[in-house]
Design a protein around this ligand. Sequence first.
Ligand code: TYM
Length: 336
Amino acid sequence: MKQNKKRIISGINPSGNSLHIGNFFGAVKGQIELQENDQYETYYFVADLHALTTIHDKARLLSNVKSVVLDYLSLGLDPKKCIFFRQSQVVAHSQLAVVLANYIGLGQMKRMHAFKDKLQKGVEIDSVNMGLFNYPILMAADILLYKPYGVPVGEDQRQHVELSRDIAERFNRTYNTEIFSLPEALINKNVGRIVGTDGQRKMSKSLGNIIGIFDDPAVIKKQIMACFTDPNRKKATDPGQVKGNPIFLYHDLLNQNQKEVEDLKNRYRLGQVGDVEVKEKLFLAHQNYFAQAKAKRQQLAGDFSMVEEILTEGAKKAGLMANQTLSQVYQLLGLK
Ligand code: TYM
């Protein structure tokens, strides 16, 4: 029965113009699996309000949103099985964020990673954009509006989901209510932090260490060919290290020909295969893995008015749940 289903919510920030394999394996793939599972009611959205922390250009914002919407749908979100929408089209997200800001202290906000990372990069505290500082509060609103059981995300979002729990607990205690659920971060241990092609840091567009999904094949090939491998291996005849080598991690994720992967690993360990062959095979595996999604994307891009209808419908459905929660909150506060 519908009301017994556990709700799931998650989103993607369209700060970049396309998704990378870190987004896909770290978050989107798991989200699609949950959408397929009858036990859950899934809500997914494109967090366009969050993109305002970095994008102050209308054309760029519109184009990024369009692109990420197409990416998300082509990768397998099915609007018949999940509720898919654009954050700004459900106004309750902004409204609840204004309320929730009153149930969290400055000290805890200062400990949030995104803010701390900025300072570590040498940005002056006084010039930190308040949208960035408040980002986790808007995210708590995104989550708590849907009273979810879980939030499928990558490891980098764990702290944000935990903050949502803290805010929910404080709010519930203050008003002696159980209005907000205490959401779990659903993070897959094996793929919660996909390493970038530099072999060290988390794969991230801003770090320039990504492997894209829908980019031109020439771009993908360049990204793969530039990938860090085993630094101690000077020539193809040197025995190489497979464990912890990002190129093999990507093979494990993308290459559906397991025999080929095992053969490459064996030969790599023995010094019987060059990096170039391993990388070229990865490139082919990548093109193969995403071939269907790419075809789907082309088809959807050719009918964007249909995609817009999906978003409008999704916003209507999400709005029902979101407005109901907001209304309950307003009543508790004395705003109604
Ligand atoms: P965003 O857009 O940066 O990333 C989207 C999802 O991809 C995951 N991810 C990764 N997973 C594994 N390895 C990586 N290298 C990697 N890079 C990214 C992220 O963890 C995320 O799950 N603040 C969020 C968007 C958001 C949101 C929300 C998410 C806004 N409101 C409410 C959940 C619930 C973000 O910027 O994700």
